[in-house]
Every structure is written in structure tokens, then in C-alpha cells.
Design a protein around this ligand. Structure first.
Ligand code: SF4
Length: 79
């Protein structure tokens, strides 16, 4: 499991999540920030500081946000 950053990040890109992640697994992409699903330890720290509530535990994602799981995987696969 992992945490996933969803659509609200694309308008905001606040970046507070990057500073609080204990395993440094959040990277900035062109259009949004991304969480590396292989490194995330599901601590929830990023969720608590996101000003636009864009970050969810994978199991809690709404159906329309499922696309962000694959989007993050693709981001880290392509480096
Ligand atoms: Fe990092 Fe924790 Fe957020 Fe995972 S849940 S991205 S480990 S701050």
C-alpha cells in the first residue's frame, strides 16, 4: 500500500509534504508532486500537512482518483 497524491495538487503544488516525509519519497513532477509507492511507509505525515487535502491512503481513494495510482507508478518507472 501507499499514499497517493491526487488532482488538487495540480493546481496548488504547495510542497509541504516533501518536508515532512521521513523517507524522502515525494518528488516534484511537472504537473504535481508524486509519492514513490515502493518507498512510502504509510505514516500519514504528508496527509496531515497538505493544504488542499490532495493526499489519500490508497485504500481510501475515490474511484475517480484511482488513475493517480497508475500515474505515480508511471512517473517513477520513467524516472
Ligand atoms: Fe512519506 Fe509518510 Fe506520506 Fe508515505 S505517508 S509519502 S512515507 S509522509
Amino acid at each position: 500500500m501507499t499514499h497517493v497524491i491526487t488532482a488538487p495538487c495540480m493546481a496548488e503544488k504547495a510542497g509541504e509534504c516533501v518536508d515532512v516525509c521521513p523517507v524522502d519519497c515525494i518528488l516534484e513532477g511537472e504537473d504535481q508532486f508524486y509519492i514513490d509507492p515502493d518507498l512510502c511507509i504509510d505514516c500519514g505525515a504528508c496527509t496531515a500537512v497538505c493544504p488542499v487535502d490532495a493526499i489519500f491512503y490508497e485504500d481510501d481513494l475515490l474511484p475517480e482518483d484511482m488513475e493517480f495510482v497508475d500515474k505515480a507508478k508511471k512517473f517513477f518507472m520513467e524516472g
